[in-house]
Design a binder for this molecule. Structure first.
Ligand code: AMP
Length: 209
């Protein structure tokens, strides 16, 4: 299946993606993860990316589009993919349409996880991740085991100030994708509140329905 995960920062896309890729055996392509890896590895593009991510701004479309185009051509994507965090603008969605058309492919679903802004702020500012395993915790809702608590880190863009900017970017640049994909008949709305397991069951209901 060719899938897109859409939703604001903190909607739970990363958590849910882990279950989807396990169940449906598709690779997860997270542009945020690819960008953070480039920053960590100090690649030439990494420094440029960092100036945008630290400010809570979107990276320019042409850079992200090229990254995704290269990634979708790899062998592991030929049977399907889950795009997480891409597209984030209508220009990116149009570029993706072009990439898929060239490969003779068509989207199956655009999964929109819907969560109110007030809930997102609490979720994001309490989020911590384990650099060793990639597991993500929340200081209140999903506390980490005591023996690993000291090594957990907070993403530099998960502070309240940067998050407000990321939410502004979401509402002004990404939310227009909702009518864009609704018009094409791909949009599936999923309520993103409740336990992670509840949300997973709703998502699987759509994907297996
Ligand atoms: P995420 O992990 O998806 O929240 O992405 C973290 C940051 O990476 C975003 O705030 C943007 O600065 C950048 N980013 C990730 N995906 C995209 C995208 N598709 N277009 C532009 N910027 C992106």
């Amino acid at each position: 299946m060719d899938l897109i995960f859409l939703g604001p920062p903190g909607a739970g896309k990363g958590t849910q993606a882990r279950w989807i890729i396990e169940e449906f055996k598709t690779p997860q392509i997270s542009t945020g993860d690819i960008i953070r890896a480039a920053i960590r590895d100090n690649t030439p593009l990494g420094a440029e990316f960092k100036s945008y991510t630290d400010a809570g701004k979107l990276v320019p479309d042409d850079l992200v589009n090229r990254m995704v185009d290269d990634r979708l051509k790899r062998d592991d994507c030929q049977g399907g993919f889950l795009l997480d965090g891409f597209p984030r603008t209508v220009a990116q969605a149009e570029a993706l349409d072009g990439m898929l058309a060239k490969a003779g492919r068509k989207l199956n679903h655009v999964l929109l996880l819907e969560v109110d802004d007030a809930v997102l702020v609490e979720r994001i500012t309490g989020r911590r991740s384990d650099p060793d395993t990639g597991n993500v915790y929340h200081i209140k809702f999903n506390p980490p085991p005591a023996d690993i608590a000291d090594r957990l880190v907070q993403r530099s863009d998960d502070t309240e100030d940067v998050l407000r900017q990321r939410l502004d970017e979401y509402h002004s640049k990404t939310a227009p994708l909702i009518p864009f994909y609704e018009g094409k008949g791909y949009l599936r709305r999923i309520e993103g509140v409740g336990t992670p397991e509840d949300i997973r069951d709703r998502l699987f209901g759509v994907l297996k329905g």
